[in-house]
Ligand binder design. Structure first.
Ligand code: PML
Ligand code: MG
Length: 253
């Protein structure tokens, strides 16, 4: 029997009542792994650099194992840059190599930079026109139903290099689910943790890891998914694409 554990926490009330997002985590586990992992996600909630939460939501749900699908982990390409400007230029180039227009890449970068608060989920942008195509405002589209297929391996990777390992491992499995979604050609992300300036471009096969995508101390981050509207039709609509991201259980191998 498998279970999903989801944690989200905020400050100033629940997210839906305008609270500031502090952190979130998701695990998919067997019953005997739940107890230990609950302590870990609770600790994660109360020790986050974004602040002390006054609202923590913990949800444990049984999963129908027939609904689980397995997808491959992206390959990591580690890049080296000296500045935010160099990082953003590299991100733009990588997006353009992956079917995103220059205009769309530039609009996405500027939109993320101009946010007044962090996105709760991702913004969906048309890969050619750069138009935002979801109408979810600051809420965006939240990707859930995602975990590593092997929790002990996962925890081991998270321990490597401490905080960096944790961010990388979680972002990598999330990006791997996003890459597996039909209609998404690429993703751009940087963190909302003020001191964490690393970000990435996710493609169909690679996690292009970029060491600097924002200024140190900036508490605003988010994700943009680039959509190929030509892949949407009556049999596979934008709602189907969003449903895959929000609800399909995907374990990354
Ligand atoms: C986040 O944790 O909010 C996103 C992190 C993106 C970069 C993770 C990494 O590769 O270290
Ligand atoms: Mg964060």
């Amino acid at each position: 029997m498998m279970y999903s554990i989801k944690m989200r926490c905020s400050q100033g009330g629940p997210h839906e009542e305008g609270g500031k997002h502090i952190s979130g985590a998701e695990r998919i586990l067997s019953e005997d792994e739940i107890e230990d992992e609950l302590i870990n996600v609770y600790r994660r909630a109360i020790t986050h650099e974004r602040g002390k939460p006054d609202f923590i939501n913990l949800k444990i749900e049984k999963i129908d194992e027939d609904e689980i699908i397995y997808k491959k982990r992206l390959n990591i390409n580690q890049h080296h840059v000296e500045s935010e400007e160099e990082g953003l230029n590299l991100a733009k180039g990588l997006l353009m190599e992956n079917a995103v227009s220059e205009e769309s890449a530039e609009i996405a970068i500027k939109t993320l930079q101009d946010l007044n608060e962090s996105m709760h989920g991702a913004m969906l942008f048309d890969k050619d026109s750069g138009e935002r195509i979801d109408d979810n405002g600051i809420k965006g589209v939240r990707v859930t139903g995602i975990a590593s297929a092997d929790i002990s391996k996962y925890k081991e990777s998270m321990k490597n290099d401490g905080r960096e390992g944790l961010h990388l491992e979680e972002a990598l499995i999330l990006a791997s689910k996003i890459a597996s979604c039909k209609g998404i050609v690429a993703e751009l992300c940087w963190s909302d943790d003020p001191s964490y300036v690393i970000g990435y471009v996710g493609t169909k096969d690679n996690y292009e890891r970029i060491p600097i995508l924002k200024e140190e101390g900036n508490p605003i981050g988010g994700r943009v998914f680039f959509i190929d509207s030509n892949q949407l039709n009556d049999d596979y609509t934008l709602d189907d694409l969003i449903d895959y991201l929000e609800n399909q259980i995907v374990l990354i191998e």
